[in-house]
Design a protein around this ligand. Structure first.
Ligand code: UDP
Length: 150
């Protein structure tokens, strides 16, 4: 059974620039299953918890200010190898090092405006999903599943 999940979030720059639809379309068309979705403002405490591994780094205060500066689109996507594949679709942390065809490579220039977050391991996905979706996720099985997986 395919159960791997990843926390994917369109950051405030992606929302302001109208990229939410394109980003959802990419994951949907690849064959991943949408399990959670909400547009929300982020308070400082949630931003700090989400990025707790970066506490103390020089870019941390700016990062927290940025993530709390406008609504984000928080999502959970599910499917085979979604954590690693989701990151491949996103590209490198620095958009200038991201290949065309990736989300950051297609839309980003600066590291502090890199449009999207994606969990970097199955373990951080579990932590982030619990943090952002304490209410739980939608339960459903897409009818197209046998047409996506052999
Ligand atoms: N970031 C930054 N400057 C840096 C490193 C990171 O502004 O020198 C920001 C950037 O927006 C990045 C986020 O901090 O997406 C989290 O960093 P991480 O290394 O976890 O990168 P990611 O997993 O998002 O690619």
């Amino acid at each position: 059974m395919v159960t791997e999940q990843s926390f994917i979030m369109v950051k405030p720059d992606g929302v302001q620039r109208g990229l939410v639809g394109d980003i959802i379309k990419r994951y949907e068309q690849r064959g991943y299953t949408l399990k959670g979705l909400k547009l929300m403002n982020v308070d400082k405490s949630l931003a700090e918890k989400h990025y707790e591994e970066h506490q103390g780094k020089p870019f941390f205060p700016k990062l927290v200010d940025f993530i709390t500066s406008g609504p984000v689109c928080a999502m959970v996507w599910e499917g085979k190898n979604i954590v690693a594949a989701g990151r491949t679709m996103i590209g490198a942390t620095n958009p200038q090092a991201s290949a065309p065809g990736t989300i950051r490579g297609d839309y980003g220039i600066d590291m502090g405006r890199n449009i999207i977050h994606g969990s970097d391991s199955v373990e951080s996905a579990r932590r982030e999903i619990g943090l952002w979706f304490p209410e739980g996720l939608a339960e459903w099985t897409p009818v197209a599943k046998p047409w996506i997986y052999e």
